[in-house]
Design a protein around this ligand. Sequence first.
Ligand code: UDP
Length: 329
Amino acid sequence: MGLGAVRRTCLVTGAAGFVGSHLVDRLLAENFEVVGLDSLMTGDLTNLRSASKNPHFHFQAGDVREPMHVYAELIFNLACPASPVHYQRDPYATFTTSVLGAQRLLEMARGRQCTIVHASTSEVYGDPDVHPQPESYWGNVNPIGPRACYDEGKRGAETLMTDARRTWGVDARIVRIFNTYGPRMAFNDGRVVSSFISQALQNQPLTVFGDGKQSRSFCYVDDLVEGLIRVSRLEGLDGPMNLGNPGEFTMLELASLVRELTGSDAPLEFRPLPTDDPKQRRPDITKAKRLTGFEPKVPLRSGLERTIGDFRLRLGLDEATPSRPPPAQ
Ligand code: UDP
């Protein structure tokens, strides 16, 4: 950046979360002045360890549901618990964070030169009966089930974003994020990737829900962040856009890959399938490709290797240490 150039200010809500913190790092590398807001409901400040050494990063502890005054030209709204275990812990907070958070940001952006990139989710498709899921699919969501606080909260936020765009002309852009994984995932978020890796590294049984034949598509976090940046650089975006990796795997396939890559022979332990657990999920990313050139680059195997390396470090297991204890003499 040349001398005297003015940095654009970007607000990231949910900055201390898994995806938020990676996005913050990328925005700092892109020479933004970054304000990171997080209530620390599920976020973790250690995710911002490197960002906080940067004088262009400013952390604000706060709740997106409360009034705030940040003069940002660009907002990424990632504030919401996002894993089933986290979002079901306080469903009321999950729903209101999603909907009231969207309302706060839209009211702040209204009448200003401000772009909002709003993180929605593949959960808006519920348990889909169209496969893979294009943005035009309206979804199959139980409005009163245990996942509804998240699914319907995110659907409500999409409605607000869309109406604010239509009626007030706010430059609100919706991305629907499919399952994402990578370094810094919380050990205890109950997600399948973090659970399987932690379990395999600690030689505990891998907990497979249901028969393990349900599918998900896993996107490495750097690919997702690239997609978010590309969306922010568009001239504008009409309607939601899927972001994810279309590679589709069953949970049994994932378990066997994690066992192979960790060198663990931990057994599988089958547990009941949670209520309303979607049977399959794969993004149709035609729109993202067409408008932004988005194309995930990191295959599951190499993304898992990087994630396992990070988990080993954070769990205090040396790279060289075998994950299973030596056989008794
Ligand atoms: N799952 C599993 N074992 C676990 C955690 C999750 O088999 O320890 C399954 C879960 O039932 C679901 C899939 O893995 O079918 C993905 O779950 P996750 O919570 O990661 O994401 P989501 O259901 O929101 O896609």
